[in-house]
Design a protein around this ligand. Structure first.
Ligand code: GDP
Ligand code: IMO
Ligand code: MG
Length: 443
């Protein structure tokens, strides 16, 4: 047992939170390695729903170390609210650890995110407006403020001043906003710093120690491969790298510390915000996926765009992440749809055909998907717990996906509940030293 990375294989919201929670029962540590509170990870435990934006999805399991790694951008006020909410619901957040090197989202980052989108007008990205892009921009510009800076008032004030100065011109429309007052901001962030101080730690070292003890460490990604700033549908992407390689940088481990990479993909596709989406459905089937799948953003509540599963994009994601396994979630949402379509290549407007994911933005923007059709099924699959419990058509659908990608399917989601998951033998391997807890006995 060592490192397992869980990454989104599409445009986010694939069910990473649910999978991480399930694997956390066997892990010693769960590490979020990128993104911020643009993420929304949902776990449904015994009919009760938990939504996490920053806290790693292992926190519901007592005794696990849940790390917010150096690659994450932290809004300290959102994080403290999340910790308080956990306490209110009787969950001990004592296992939480925050990297001292994680960067902070500041009030001006959120204002700049908002202003940037307004300025782009029709060309806007559709960001979550949580300040993610401007925060990562400051990190790269070496004007970022880090978790450790919260612990020293003088340093904090100096750094806020230095970071705000170059933005004075852009922030002029917000000049009267009390949130931008240097004194108030320093005081507010100092107060939040006091509350978060017990959790701030050298998380890289803690992660090494767990790996060196041969314990299972789950690296939890946010967003998805096609939202990756380098490899996704730029500029309609987030400002970090959700791909598996980023787990090394965002947690502080080497590539050899990661033994397995599991990509999480829905049995169809969704996307929130603008940007190309070749297999998008703008019809009743798309609307049905949205309603049955509850496809409304966890963070912003926006309706998610929906479409058929896209194997051109998924094969790209499989190679990019070095996926050793794939988890297909929300197979239940396809029940009753006939026939099912599976995108296997893209077509350009002039009749060109693309078997591989096009690297050129203009090609991708104009591409439409070419499909093969497969029979659907009508049986309720939400109680399936083994592949054998699925109707033939559902098994054929999964086999087609797996063969096309050349990646084994290790788990299959058949409903939002924790127990609504088919575990294959490959997934059972992660039982490790701790025996697999029967679904009803989960804490
Ligand atoms: P994440 O951001 O990747 O963690 O995913 P989200 O939590 O944003 O969105 C996934 C949604 O699908 C959540 O509401 C989950 O409760 C739900 N979900 C996860 N797996 C399944 C599944 O297999 N079937 C159904 N019907 N819902 C699922
Ligand atoms: P999880 O972890 C889906 C999208 C936004 C927007 C683009 C850029 O829950 O899968 P940003 O605020 O990051 O600058 O917005 O990325 N986006 C997500 N879409 N799931 C997410 O996270 C997302 N995080 C960001 O909608 O299109
Ligand atoms: Mg989400």
């Amino acid at each position: 047992m060592a490192g397992l990375a869980i990454v989104g294989a599409q445009w986010g919201d694939e069910g990473k939170g649910k999978v991480t929670d399930l694997l956390a029962q066997r892990a010693a540590m769960i590490v979020r390695f990128q993104g911020g509170n643009n993420a929304g990870h949902t776990i449904v435990r015994g009919g009760e729903t938990f939504k996490f934006h920053l806290v790693p999805s292992g926190i519901l399991h007592p005794g696990k170390k849940c790390v917010i790694g150096n690659g994450v951008v932290v809004n300290p006020s959102v994080l403290t609210a999340e910790i308080e909410e956990l306490r209110r619901r009787g969950i001990d957040p004592g296992g939480l650890r925050i990297s001292a090197n994680a960067h902070l989202i500041m009030p001006y980052h959120m204002l700049l995110d908002h202003a940037g989108e307004v300025r782009l007008g029709k060309l806007q990205i559709g960001t979550t407006r949580r300040g993610i892009g401007p925060c990562y921009a400051d990190k790269a510009a070496r004007l970022g403020i880090r978790m450790q800076d919260l612990l020293d008032e003088k340093i904090l004030r100096q750094k806020i001043y230095a970071a705000m100065e170059p933005k004075r011109q852009t922030l002029r429309p917000f000049a009267k906003d009390p949130a931008l007052d240097l004194h108030t901001m320093t005081e507010d962030y100092r107060t939040l710093g006091h509350r978060l101080e017990p959790y701030i730690a050298d998380t890289t070292r803690l992660t090494w120690e767990a790996l060196d003890r041969d314990e299972l460490v789950v690296f939890e990604g946010a967003q998805g491969t096609l939202l990756d700033i380098d490899h996704g549908t730029y500029p309609f992407v987030t400002s970090s790298n959700p791909v598996a390689g980023a787990a090394c940088v965002g947690a502080g481990v080497g590539p050899r510390d990661i033994d397995d990479v599991w990509g999480i993909a829905k049995a169809y596709v969704t996307r929130v915000g603008a940007g190309p989406f070749p297999s998008e459905l703008d019809d009743d089937i798309g609307a049905r996926m949205r309603t049955v799948g509850g496809e409304f953003g966890t963070t912003t509540g926006r309706a998610r765009r929906t479409g058929w599963i896209d194997l051109v994009a998924l094969r790209y994601a499989a190679r990019l992440n070095g996926m050793s396994g794939m988890v297909v979630t929300k197979l239940d949402v396809l029940t009753g749809i006939h026939p099912l379509s599976v995108a296997v290549r893209y077509l350009g407007p002039e009749g060109a055909s693309f078997d591989e994911y096009p690297y050129h933005q203009s090609i991708l923007h104009k591409a439409s998907a070419d499909y093969v059709e497969m029979p659907g099924w009508d049986e309720d699959i939400s109680a399936a717990r083994r592949l054998d419990d699925l109707p033939d058509a559902a098994r054929d659908y999964l086999a087609f996906v797996s063969d096309f990608l050349g990646v084994p399917i290790v788990m299959v989601g058949v409903g939002p509940g924790r127990e609504q998951m088919i575990w294959t033998e490959a997934a059972e391997r992660y039982a490790g030293a701790a025996p697999l807890v029967a679904p009803g006995e989960l804490p």
